[in-house]
Ligand binder design. Structure first.
Ligand SMILES: Cc1cc2nc3c(=O)[nH]c(=O)nc-3n(C[C@H](O)[C@H](O)[C@H](O)COP(=O)(O)O)c2cc1C
Length: 191
């Protein structure tokens, strides 16, 4: 089984990276092949809204690292998508990646989307935030889960890590085991 992590934070050594990598660590211990993809290492540009991706079968007109990320997603059985909360929402880095997914997914409600079938993609969506109140952004998080479901991901779970204004995630000792357990049970569910 292959699991990739997408770290949609500008900070390569920040909380999002630590959280996504801890989930991957649990998966790796159960035999999964894992890879981490850092937005900060990639050249991924915003969607231009040109509809070029739906007017031809050449994919997105922007030729950048989104193609590499798409190929990695194609090879993966499961994806961990991590974003910090920025001003009550996902980061701009996360939204940039998601808008670029417009080129490749096919929610059934629109004839404009491609009908190509893709193998099921399991998704663990994870947010982290400074505020310690885990319910604070729940309506937004539920909404975002639904958005990923429209993009035809099978969203398995949505762990939200809180309280980073009091210190980095790795200082919360219970997270070391709970995040690894998410990764290992995703592998066990797959097998
Ligand atoms: C621009 C910006 C906006 C933020 N907005 C919020 C917010 O609305 N609510 C919150 O709880 N934390 C907010 N935070 C805190 C981050 O969510 C938190 O520090 C997160 O762990 C950062 O992830 P990173 O270490 O991967 O960068 C914000 C941080 C930044 C830099």
């Amino acid at each position: 089984m292959k699991m990739i992590g997408i770290i949609a934070s500008p900070r390569k050594e920040g909380n999002t990276a630590w959280i996504v990598n801890k989930i991957l660590e649990g998966a790796k211990e159960q035999g999964a092949e894992t890879e981490s993809w850092y937005f900060s290492d990639l050249d991924i540009n915003p969607c231009r809204g040109c509809w070029g991706c739906h007017k031809s079968d050449q994919g997105c007109v922007i030729k950048d690292d989104m193609q590499k990320l798409n190929e990695a997603m194609d090879r993966a059985n499961a994806i961990i998508f991590g974003s910090p909360i920025y001003l009550t929402q996902m980061s701009a880095q996360a939204k940039t990646i998601i808008d670029r997914m417009f080129a490749r997914f096919s929610p059934r409600y629109s004839p404009y989307f491609k009908e190509e079938s893709t193998a099921e993609k399991k998704l663990i969506l994870t947010f982290n935030q400074g505020n310690p109140d885990s319910g604070l952004f729940q309506p937004y998080i539920d909404y975002t889960r639904h958005m990923f479901e429209l993009l035809e991901f099978t969203v398995q779970e949505v762990p939200v890590v809180t309280g980073m204004r009091n210190g980095p995630a790795h200082e919360q000792k219970d997270l070391h085991t709970s995040l690894k357990a998410i990764g290992s049970s995703a592998v066990n569910d797959f097998n």
